[in-house]
Design a protein around this ligand. Structure first.
Ligand code: SF4
Ligand code: F3S
Ligand code: FES
Length: 251
């Protein structure tokens, strides 16, 4: 008997192993739960998780906002590697897919972690905004200094970070040093150091990141750059910040 057009159109059967745990429920024990779903064309992990939540387990917790790789909320460990679920096509993966929450962040439940809390803490600590005492009270038109287009695009390139936390999850240093600012933090420092509107001096920056929780904690493990979904040049920017700080330390 020949296969019907419907059978032919039917895709692989995927087995999705999902980490399940509710840290607020004393009865809950961390475990993996396996689901089965038939793959469809152009299926992303966002579609998989939405369908599973809708049809198989309404209690599944995970985060999505934009579904377009812009908000950074859907970072998770996909077959052992941090990545954005909304940008991951199932056709790029084996039919057995394991999903776990990003480590290093507070677990909210299942695949949902509190990256926002971590990022806010890091941003406040590093002061990731333009610091310029002289213009703090200036009107907006006074702030319009001309910037060379090359420099503006270099800064723009670093501003593409979506704070997904993948680089943090991929970094071995963070397992040893909880206060390490991570590649995301060092990238932000590079971004503001390049910006002529930020009037902080090298000494100010040294105060912020001239130690093992800052740039000297980075052991050049490179996992951050490998997994960054925005392909940011993290390695070269960390090296740039390190050079600045070393020259400061040897002055
Ligand atoms: Fe995500 Fe890349 Fe930003 Fe790290 S640097 S938070 S991996 S976008
Ligand atoms: Fe970590 Fe990246 Fe440095 S993975 S150790 S921040 S090069
Ligand atoms: Fe926004 Fe994936 S849902 S980056």
């Amino acid at each position: 008997m020949s296969a019907s057009p419907q059978d032919e159109a039917e895709g692989r059967k995927l087995r999705i192993h999902i980490f399940k745990h509710n840290p607020r429920d004393p009865e809950s024990t961390p475990q993996f739960k396996t689901f089965e779903i038939v793959e469809s064309q152009g299926m992303t992990l966002f579609i998989v998780l939405s369908e599973l939540q809708q049809h198989q387990d309404g209690s599944l917790q995970f985060d999505f906002v934009c579904r377009a790789g812009i908000c950074g909320s859907c970072g998770m460990i996909i077959n052992g590697r941090p990545g954005l679920a909304c940008r991951t096509l199932t056709e790029t993966l084996d039919s057995d897919i394991t999903l776990a929450p990003l480590p290093a962040f507070e677990l909210i439940g299942d695949l949902s972690v509190n990256t926002g809390k971590w990022m806010r803490g890091m941003s406040e600590r590093l002061g990731t905004w333009i610091h310029d005492k002289e213009t703090e009270n200036a009107s907006l038109d006074q702030l319009e200094d001309r910037m060379e287009p090359e420099l503006a695009s270099e800064i723009y390139e670093l501003d593409r970070c979506v704070e997904c936390g993948c680089c943090v999850a991929a970094c071995g240093t963070l397992r040893m040093r909880e206060q390490f600012v991570g590649a995301v933090g060092l990238n932000k420092i590079a971004r503001f150091r390049l910006d002529p509107r930020d009037k902080r001096s090298d000494a100010d920056y040294y105060e912020l990141i001239g130690d093992d929780d800052g740039v000297f904690g980075c052991m050049s493990l490179l996992g951050c750059e490998d997994v960054c979904p925005k392909d940011l040049p993290l390695q070269s920017k960390i090296a740039y910040v390190r050079r600045k700080m070393v020259s400061m330390a040897t002055k």
